[in-house]
Design a protein around this ligand. Structure first.
Ligand SMILES: Cc1ncc(COP(=O)(O)O)c(C=O)c1O
Length: 402
């Protein structure tokens, strides 16, 4: 209680804490709070701690790098971990040609980089993103968002030239191109491979391939925002791999460095063609964050991504099991360890999130009425079953409360 009062007095009131968890320690998928209570963490710091809390290999990499070189600024100097990480990401990313990587500190900054680069490279001004989209909170990234009005309220005017199309509807984009967006002025289409904050909404089959076709036809860039869905979360390293599409730009952050701040923007051959001084970041691609990311990539390649795919299926069927016969549940959906249960309204969802917390399960909401599950990729099948069973109790508890 004392910490909550100190927080209230000193920390920005813009944060949205759904329940009063004060974390003290983390290990794997488990969090201990300051009073010694243990929680099964299905939120992972908003889909960030990909390798689990304090994975020994990540901790070791961070410790080693912190004792060697903490900061230098890759924008003015060179250091090996940043080069090595760029090379690894280039090898992993879809597309067989040469690529280039820009380093930032967050998802919003990775998106900001893509937005600026799209304008720079195409010499065009207009951009399309989607209803339900979330791309971050800096002015450029925020302008691409259309998930909740509260994100934008009080901040207009935003960056001009951004149009929102209905999610999953290629005809909506064709209509924009017919009425509002001259094809010759379209710089880019920004898309999340699965909408995150907007509700863990999967793209209809063929939608992303259709976007690729529209971009090829108009000369616009296809930008894939993998900030939440990437780094193995969906059971493939890049969520776009499920679609068989090669985007021109990929943005990543969250899971890539297992909890250290790092954003990346990966560009296909020839796209990152700006010159010195066009764009940079003092801290972006900091050596410690790059070492944490290299350790994360090692662990992903050693089986974490496969684990996300297989345990994700266990989680899906366990959640379906506990939701069976509950009329208030609309859908259980997702890919890998990016899963959501959508219920019939937002107030029920909010009560479920509270009931989960009371029972020792950490979950977050997403979209207007869904509960999201975005645990660390080290989640075991047993932990998935436990999470689903607590969720089932919380769901019934929340329904009794009506
Ligand atoms: C898809 C997506 N893009 C961008 C962002 C912004 O990332 P950050 O909060 O690191 O700026 C988020 C954050 O939730 C996200 O889910």
């Amino acid at each position: 209680m004392e910490l909550l009062a100190r927080d209230e007095a000193a920390v920005s009131p813009s944060y949205t804490r759904d329940y009063p968890l004060v974390a003290a320690r983390g290990e794997g998928c488990w969090i201990t709070d300051v009073d010694g209570n243990l929680f099964l963490d299905m939120a992972a710091g908003i889909a960030v701690c990909a390798t689990g809390h304090c994975h020994p290999r990540v901790v070791e990499a961070i410790r080693d790098q912190a004792g060697t070189l903490i900061h230098m600024s890759g924008t003015d100097f060179y250091y090996e971990p940043q080069i090595a990480l760029a090379e690894r990401l280039i090898r992993l990313a879809p597309g067989s040609g040469k690529k280039k990587v820009f380093f930032a500190n967050s998802g919003a900054e990775a998106v900001e980089c893509a937005l600026k680069l799209a304008r720079w490279h195409t010499k065009r001004q207009l951009v399309i993103s989607f209803e339900g989209a979330f791309h971050g909170r800096t002015m450029g990234a925020l302008s691409l968002c259309a998930s909740k009005p509260v994100h934008k309220e009080g901040f207009f005017p935003l960056v001009p030239g951004i149009h929102h199309a209905p999610w999953g509807d290629l005809d909506g984009i064709e209509a924009l191109l017919r009425h509002a967006v001259p094809a010759s002025s379209l710089a880019a289409i920004f898309v999340e491979p699965i909408q995150g904050e907007g509700g863990y909404r999967l793209p209809p089959s063929g939608f992303i391939a259709g976007l690729r076709e529209i971009c090829d036809r108009t000369g616009a860039l296809l930008v894939c925002d993998e900030v939440q869905a990437g780094a193995g979360r969906t059971g493939k390293f890049f969520a776009i791999e499920h679609e068989g599409v090669v985007p021109d730009l990929i943005c990543m952050a969250k899971g890539i460095a297992s909890g250290l701040p790092l954003g990346v923007c990966i560009a296909q051959e020839g796209v990152m063609d700006w010159g010195p001084g066009s764009h940079a970041s003092t801290f972006g691609g900091n050596p410690v964050a790059c070492r944490a990311a290299l350790a994360t990539l090692d662990l992903c390649e050693e089986g974490l991504v496969e684990n996300a795919a297989s345990v994700g299926e266990v989680l899906q069927s366990a959640l379906q099991g506990v939701c069976e016969g509950v009329g208030a549940v609309v859908e259980v959906r997702g890919r890998g360890l990016m899963r959501a249960v959508e219920v019939e309204n937002g107030s029920l969802r909010d009560r479920i999130v509270q009931e989960c917390f009371r029972r020792g399960l950490l979950v977050l909401g997403c979209g207007p009425r869904a509960v999201r599950f975005s645990p660390a990729l080290v989640l075991t099948a047993e932990e998935a079953e436990t999470a689903a069973s607590i969720f089932g109790e919380a769901l019934r508890g929340a329904l009794l409360d009506t």
